[in-house]
Design a protein around this ligand. Structure first.
Ligand SMILES: CSC[C@@H](O)[C@@H](O)C(=O)COP(=O)(O)O
Ligand SMILES: [Zn+2]
Length: 211
């Protein structure tokens, strides 16, 4: 099996799992998986498609400039430049971007802080941090309509082979050394967002939280 087909199947598997969580509302979301380092090429979801569907036109191979390697009628994700920024700056192997109601609410509620901080949650171990009362934080950036501007702002927060950025009222972009790690981190962030949203609702309902 060619490396391309192997990577295609791997990315298709991740996409099917995230689709099963119903994380691809209204064609939102885009995923990518690195195929080669030199030259850099990666598979990215085709733009505007329903990512819950599985077809032979789900992905296309992209170069280091974010352009299709071969002639195709398919358009790469509108947010391909964000994936390019990660692969150019790190040894990451996978980038996942989803819009969920929880990540949109959290990105807006904490927008003024420019970040969200979580501590003391067991799920934080998913990030490989095992200290007691460990703290994790995720930056929040403005949702610029101009993609190069959004990519530039996003790139300021890329400082390792794993990471994540919330785009206000838009979604989350997470990356990892491989698909397994990127998906694990994405699920951990979405768990934390969902937990915090429900906690805020309980507080708002004046339901005493048992401390
Ligand atoms: C309807 S989702 C809005 C899109 O602009 C974008 O935010 C997104 O996540 C999907 O865009 P795509 O070009 O299909 O990768
Ligand atoms: Zn998006």
């Amino acid at each position: 099996m060619s490396i391309m087909l192997k990577k295609w199947n791997e990315l298709a598997e991740v996409k099917a799992e995230l689709a099963a969580r119903d994380w691809f509302f209204a064609t939102s979301g885009n995923l990518s998986l690195k195929v080669t380092d030199a030259p850099l090429t990666f598979l990215v979801t085709a733009s505007g498609k329903d990512k819950r569907k599985q077809t032979s036109e789900d992905f296309l191979l992209i170069d280091a400039d974010g352009k299709p390697v071969e002639d195709t009628h398919l358009k790469p994700s509108a947010e391909t430049l964000l994936h390019v920024e990660v692969y150019r700056r790190t040894n990451a192997g996978c980038v996942l971007h989803v819009h969920t109601v929880d990540n949109n609410i959290i990105s807006d509620v904490y927008a003024q802080n420019r970040e969200v901080v979580f501590s003391g949650q067991e799920i934080i171990k998913a990030f490989g941090i095992w200290e007691e009362n460990a703290e994790v934080r995720i930056p929040i950036i403005d949702n610029y309509a101009d993609i190069p501007t959004l990519a530039n702002e996003f790139a300021k927060h890329i400082d390792g082979d794993t990471g994540a950025v919330l785009i206000q009222n838009h979604g989350i972009t997470v990356w990892g050394r491989d698909a397994f790690e990127a998906k694990k981190h994405l699920e951990a962030w979405e768990f934390l967002f969902s937990w915090q949203v429900k906690r805020l609702l309980l507080q708002r309902a004046a339901v005493p939280l048992v401390d």
